[in-house]
Design a protein around this ligand. Sequence first.
Ligand SMILES: [Ca+2]
Length: 397
Amino acid sequence: MLCILFASYSPSYSQSNKPVLAIFNLQPVAPIGEGESVQITQFIQEALFYSNSYEIVERAQIDKIVKEQKYQQSGLCDDACAVAIGRQLAATKIIIGTVGRLGAAYTIQIRMLDVESGKMERISSINQKCALEDLPGFIPDLVNRLSQGDEKSAVRSMTTTPQIQAREVPSAGEVWRESVTEMEFVWISPGRFVMGSESGRSDEKPVHDVELDGFWMGKYEVTQGRWVKVMGSNPSYSKKEDDYPVEQVSWEDTQKFISRLNELNRGIGITLRLPTEAEWEYACRAGTTGDRYGNIDGVAWYSENSGSSTHPVGTKQRNAWGLYDMLGNVWEWCQDWYGTYGKGYSKNPTGPSLGSDRVDRGGSWFSDAQVVRASSRFRFPPSYRSYRLGFRLARTN
Ligand SMILES: [Ca+2]
């Protein structure tokens, strides 16, 4: 959004060497309302003031500029706009962020941006189960972690102007942790592989060359604990401990989960989604070309060893790229509509543009060995739910 500013304000600050910090109202995510987000922003402002590390811009000064620009402090003003307002206030740093609630827990994420460069420098977050009046007791921890910058590496070179500044390329196998659920993702380097199988079923043919850009792939299937954290209840048929994979989720359900999680992460420049079918097979194979990335009993929970049940994620051997349970445990939804393969090379394929079923991959605790293969394909309507069917997430950028 364009943010046109008028040179109508000339702030002045004392001659301390402390960074001048402007704190914008946190973006509320439902069910949090505007009033509650303003209150929580004030808690953060107080904690930053008492940290004695910053000179804090008075809220009235921010309000004045925002009012002149006819923007609300949150919602209508994106990061670039907030940086521009920070510049107008002669601030050197700004704080922006989001506040939502997952069940009884507040989830707060704050980011510090450098006004001169527009770059995000620090990020900190908390998930705290408590009443609003008790929240101030936990805010200093949030603020301290921001000052220490211990999550700085998690955001690497994400900036408010990613289209201009080149993003640092992660190294193969690097792990990124999503801050709301603490789900781990592994960086899958760009590459080329042969998709499908000549010895498989007819829909696994023809084998064809596929080239993919790099992406982040969920290290594990999404668990029941992570699902509950984001959605508030557990749909699984086999309700067990937090580290069991969630199942009984339709493709449509996964989209609601993803949309809510992306909303909670809004502003830090990431987009979570399901993997494409080609990404899934590339990540599953991890450089191997056979049916599986290891001995089936070593790597997968399937009909012969599962005891007719799902198992906690990550309890079988991982593949060469650090991913667990790509084969077995639960089937995994992919983004694509199901269709037949085309012939020849393709780059970053996303499947047919229309269809009636979505793709599922990897087989489950219920599957026979012949199905539990890297190239094996399955399909269900997007509204279908099953105790054999779950998912994992991917992240593009
Ligand atoms: Ca699986």
